[in-house]
Design a protein around this ligand. Sequence first.
Ligand code: LLP
Length: 442
Amino acid sequence: MNERESLKINTQGHLEIGGADCVALAQAFGTPLYVFDEIYIRKMMGVFRNTLQNRYAGKGKVLYASKAFSCKAIYKIAAQENIGIDVVSGGELYTALQADFPTENICMHGNNKQDYEIGEALDAGVGLIVADAYSEIDKIDAEAKKRGVCQNVLLRINPGIEAHTHAYVQTATTDSKFGFSIQNGEAERVTVYALSKKNVRLLGYHCHIGSQIFEKQSFVLAAEKCMDFAAEMREKHSFTMTTLNLGGGFGVWYTDEDKKLTSEEYAEYIEALIGAVEEKAKTYGMELPYLLLEPGRSIIAEAGITLYTVGAIKDIPNVKKYVAVDGGMFENPRYALYQSKYTPILANRANEKPMETVSIAGKCCESGDIIAVDVSLPKAQAGDILAVFSTGAYNYSMAMNYNRNKIPPCVLVKDGNAEYIVRPQTYEDLVRNDVIPERLQK
Ligand code: LLP
């Protein structure tokens, strides 16, 4: 076990997370259940914050990419850990405001921000907006003018890098819907455009090359390209970049096909980025920019597990054995979307050796409703508690009510105590917005 590990097996042979027995959690809260380890979350926020603080002379801030997991409690933890957040919708912004998150530490993203979202961001007084369209710049300028303010803005630029990850989570290839391409001159054109706006204060650039990336070189290359571009803009347009946001995307462990990075190894990624920025600043004789990083998955994925109860078991001789659980794609759509891999264990018999290869199926009416394919488990029986690791990121945040299944609750554990941070949905919640028009009432 490494020092980030929050999981262990107790004397009863049960899996424990953050000191809480998973079998007891399943009994107390029911299943499916998302469980988050507070200590782990704080530790990872600290790794990013401290590395940036201690190793980078130009100063900066960590912005937790809250699309990975958004709820009021996570924003409270981020504020207490003295990090900022990135929000990508009016809904995430609203949630953060409901948690009294300091608005100057909020960075607003999105590739097609709606007018009302820009208005809401301005009303809230967010510290930064990352613009990703000309029309957004116009809108920010107009809304800022209405309020008699000048809004700090970054431009999302696309350095044209193919990171080694699933195509759906690559965001900096030339054909991406995100960002203004450096290569085709758009990034330069939009710089000039933003500089012409009176109520827009252009501070610099943002780039995010994708997600679940382990290659240090891809991050370094992106940082270098941003610095090269900033130097070019200084040269050509006398624009001095004072803030550079290098996004998130650091990989996490899902299965043993992935590296399991230690805190020091995560710190090395950040140091590599810092090194690239410092090196280029020196080459070009530039001031070091204020640096922003936006880790999402690396902060929250391994902090979370999901607990299920095993139900139907279907053995198709010589073909496949399915172990069905009481969850599925409605609470973890990542296999259906990206063929993602996960590692499950039986939480109530955690010391038992794996005996067979099975696939974990959900309860939705969909063949692709799978949680994990061809995984090793002890012989599972109905009533066993199955735990799936590394589900803290992009599970609850992408959950849905398909088949009118209820989105499971989230609990936060610390020192063996567990509390709701998101309460369970009820059937009443499912029909809350349903309307039967008068003419159908007969
Ligand atoms: N910053 C920006 C601008 C982003 O677009 C993202 C992720 C992040 C930061 C955080 O990236 P992270 O550190 O979490 O890798 N639903 C997909 C992931 C989509 C990520 C979108 N953007 C999944 O489940 O894998």
